[in-house]
Ligand binder design. Sequence first.
Ligand SMILES: *Cc1c(COP(=O)(O)O)cnc(C)c1O
Length: 400
Amino acid sequence: MIWYPYQQMKTMNPPFQIIDAQGVWLKTPEREMIDSVSSWWSVIHGYKHPVLNEAIKSQVDNFAHVMLGGLTHEPVQKLAAKLQSYLPGDLDYSFFSDSGSVAVEVALKMALQYFVNQGDMKRTKVLSLTHAYHGDTFKTMEVGDDEDYHFILEAYGESPNVYHIPTEIPALEEAFEKHHRELNCMIVEPLLQGAGGMRMYDVSFLKRARELCDTYGVLLIFDEVATGFGRTGNRFVADLVLPDILVLGKALTGGYIGHAVTVANKKVYDGFYGDEPDKALMHGPTFMGNPLACSVALKSIELFEQENYMEKIRKIADITRREMEGFEDSRIKEVRMMGGCVCVEVYDSATLKGYQQFACERGVFSRPFLNYMYAMVPYIISEEELVRVLRTMKEWFAEK
Ligand SMILES: *Cc1c(COP(=O)(O)O)cnc(C)c1O
């Protein structure tokens, strides 16, 4: 039996059987649907991209995997070098892992140990945001604030290790005022909080967070697992405000294979560098730096640069604005747009019941959750396909 994610096994609708996928299209035995979710926001180049397919095929004939413990190889070396030149500032030190959750765990471990390595044992706490989502492992759930995980709160009570604040500057200033001596880091999904409900906020909050982190010597972590590679209309939000640690996942491999990276700046790296073995970072996922993942990630970044994806994303944002601006319905609380993301938040989650089937019949795959109907399409989508996705969202409200 397959135990499916985020679902009550007893009552779930049977999942769609996918037999082929090409470009933005998912194929089932009965029909074709545009994937408006990009397979959890990762498949930015679409399915079956010839360049990405070739990257994996040629590497697999060479070797599929070797560990990074005592071994290294060209795909991981090339990807690390690429990230070093591609990412802003001195975000130069890449620690690879197999999923976004693990890469966030690594970032949080780095931040804590950075201070412990200096003999500072008091900085054990983390500042994070309400409605945050950072993954499904235990520490990432602890710094997160996802409604779906509030059973953790019920079981364990409020964590003494984390302070959650809303994305408002007064709350930010107050938190630093009160807690700065205890904080090792502040972690955020910058500008766009994804799984917490596609919540969007202003860059001024991040700029102020950067200032306060500098003032009080707190490390700033950007979890760009979802926002990285253009989703907010910025290549990385880290291009606007520079964090000390950047986490990338999801679109890193163009959605081909699970892989993620925690990228540290020189200050953080130097906090571990030295002669003492006990100051080393004790972490090492079995499949970190997997050669297939690194090969495809490198090609994905090259495509992103060479085929001017930022322009594609600007077009998606323009078309989305044209189609969705001013769209209203008494059941809709808000329509939010940013870069390659649009979200329709409704007052009552029951309003979205049946939407998945409705969209499917119109050739669109969608997966609304809680009160949120959204689209995060592959960047290679055509105007006609994108308009189909957006009009399907609007038709639901017109026809019901
Ligand atoms: C998806 C996501 C994660 C977790 O990534 P996985 O690869 O699913 O473990 C972490 N942070 C953010 C912001 C995400 O959207």
